[in-house]
Write a protein that binds this ligand. Structure first.
Ligand code: UFG
Length: 339
């Protein structure tokens, strides 16, 4: 089975390509290197001992898509897209334009070439500020609190409308909670440019001494210790979820929706302590005001993915802290050596 992975050199994409290659899939990647590096391809090859076709182009490049779809593509996993919540508030036009247009380009090309299977990277953000936790797939999809989140809501809606009138279209909407960690080899991980927005990449840079202390955004939430609670899932577990979703699509289910999380919430302060325990490195922090747009608590009910996909997590938050730190240290060494 040949799978096209858009954004396949990015954080979640690269781990998913590893999982696909390890499970015998024939993989083609398209990536414009907007938020990724070409060297990731070599690292995936090093981990898996397998090669795969890589096209460096934008998903909106029709010629590039034609070249790819000429070899029969059986399924598409779409990771490509802008993903920074804060930036999306400042650049709504760019976010709506890019994330929606590239999805349209892909879906049209799939229709043209008779490809019927689509896996979409959605997000827990589609639940907005939830009325209850854990969140279930049947809970209302409401105001997503940012243009980035709204692109996920809109694309989910578009895919539902297409599925309703296209009997042979199979589509998995995978609602990720908070992906963290890295591949245990230390070769793949998350290394955002500049000052990280997300908690774990920020903690990692404090751990390596690149940043002084973690800013804890609010300790007056209605949570056990007052700090925000999230469902942090190891990226390797998340990657496995994509392989299971593809297997599900082979059964022609139409449109299916799954939460991919652990089902367990961890607060910011617990995460800082877990990171210290996993790595032995002291993480200084200061309490700051709440960050605009944040919600108090978000964690998944994952029963549906467990029952219908056989999805379960192999790794804990401590494993993710250890693997994330390992990657950070190795990446810092590689950068020093100019690699
Ligand atoms: N936080 C801090 N300090 C920081 C960064 C984050 O205290 O420097 C806190 C936040 O306030 C929040 C928690 O850590 O309570 C997690 O924040 P992240 O920025 O790591 O993650 P979010 O839950 O805000 O957002 C993530 C992804 C989104 C996705 C969302 C889905 O970044 O793409 O999960 O729930 F939409």
């Amino acid at each position: 089975m040949r799978v096209l992975v858009t954004g396949g050199l990015g954080f979640i994409g690269s781990h998913t390509v590893v999982a696909l290659l390890e499970n015998g899939y024939d993989v083609t990647v398209i990536d414009n290197l907007y938020n990724s590096k070409l060297v990731v391809k070599d690292r995936i090859k090093e981990i898996t001992n397998k090669d795969f076709k890589t096209v460096i182009a934008d998903v909106q490049d029709e010629k590039a898509l034609d070249e790819i779809f000429k070899d029969k593509i059986d399924a598409v996993i779409n990771f490509a897209g802008y993903k920074a919540v804060g930036e999306s508030v400042k650049k709504p036009l760019e976010y709506y334009d890019n994330n929606l247009t590239l999805t349209f380009a892909l879906l049209k090309k799939m229709r043209e070439y008779g490809c019927h299977n689509f896996v979409f990277s959605s997000s827990a953000t589609v639940y907005g500020n939830p009325e209850r936790v854990p969140m279930y797939e049947t809970d209302p999809v409401t105001d997503a609190t940012s243009p980035y989140g709204e692109t996920k809501v809109m694309i989910e809606r578009i895919l539902k409308d297409i599925a309703a009138v296209t009997p042979d279209f199979n589509c998995a909407l995978l609602r990720y909670f908070n992906p963290i960690g890295a591949h245990k080899s230390g070769l793949l991980g998350e290394d955002p440019n500049g000052i990280p927005n997300n908690l774990l990449p920020y903690i990692a840079k404090v751990a390596t001494g690149e940043l002084k202390e973690v800013n804890v955004f609010g300790n007056d939430y209605d949570t056990p210790d007052g700090t925000g609670v999230r469902d942090y899932i190891h990226v390797v577990d998340l990657a496995k979820g994509h392989v299971l979703a593809l297997k599900k699509l082979e059964q022609n289910p139409g449109l299916v929706i799954y939460n991919l999380g652990t089902g367990k919430g961890t607060s910011v302060l617990e995460m800082i302590h877990d990171y210290e325990e996993a790595t032995g490195v002291k993480i200084p922090y200061v309490i700051k005001p709440r960050r605009a747009g944040d919600i108090a608590t978000s964690y998944a009910n994952c029963d549906k993915a467990a029952k219908e996909l056989g999805f379960h997590c192999d790794y804990t938050v401590l494993d993710a802290c250890r693997d994330g730190y390992h990657f950070q240290v190795e990446e810092a060494k590689r950068k020093k050596e100019g690699k």
